[in-house]
Design a binder for this molecule. Sequence first.
Ligand SMILES: [Zn+2]
Length: 270
Amino acid sequence: MDKSILEGRPALARQIEDVAEVAGYLWQKGWAERNGGNITVNITEYVDDSMRALPAIGAPVQIGLTLPHLKGCWFFCKGTNKRMRDLARRPMENGSVIRILDDCSSYEIVADLPVKPTSELPSHLAVHNDFVERGLDYRASLHTHPIELVAMSHTDKFLKKDVLSNLLWSMIPETKAFCPRGLGIVDYKLPGSLDLAASTIRELEDYDVVMWEKHGVFAVGCDIMEAFDQVDVLNKSAQIYIAARCMGYEPDGMTLEQMQEMSVAFNLPK
Ligand SMILES: [Zn+2]
């Protein structure tokens, strides 16, 4: 390999370091078995003229979708069949930097190695296309398998709108403060399907973290740390709930008044 695209580009390198750090947390937490999970980050704002002039290291690849708002955008994506635990140690060998071509329906890999992006790239890119269209600052998308949250998605009683959000918020005050939009729910759909992507995009209008029933979560944020932190605080609440149930009782949870008081004190949405 020639020198990495990250050399001499500290701001871009910092973004990739954060992706690697989060990938390590996902593995340590047991949320990323084998090649489970995905990370895609819109890095367009870190691209300079010399980077734009770089040749591709592979032929254009069809995305399978036309994404009109991603023309000229750049992404770092985890590679297909790559492990989070390997992405943590060697991000540029287990992920790649791609640019979207002018037709808005194909991409090419620019650096560092010809690592083919995740098979879920079309759905991740569709989410990013929606963010650019809506003028949002969201740059990162994360899919992972948090054990306790997934366990809670195996019963109907938690899958009705906002039932799980309110339960998780009530377990510890910070969950509402740091995941103020709560947890959206998408009922079971085939992994990687366009149906799953479309439902996720719909839920992301109201939530930053979406539960995929009996599968995992999809989280977004202005950067990858923010996306991870929201899943982390939600899953901490799920662990507290389950710990209480294991001690043989249904936890009381904070009252609605106490949660309302949090919303006012922290100036939280809705
Ligand atoms: Zn998954």
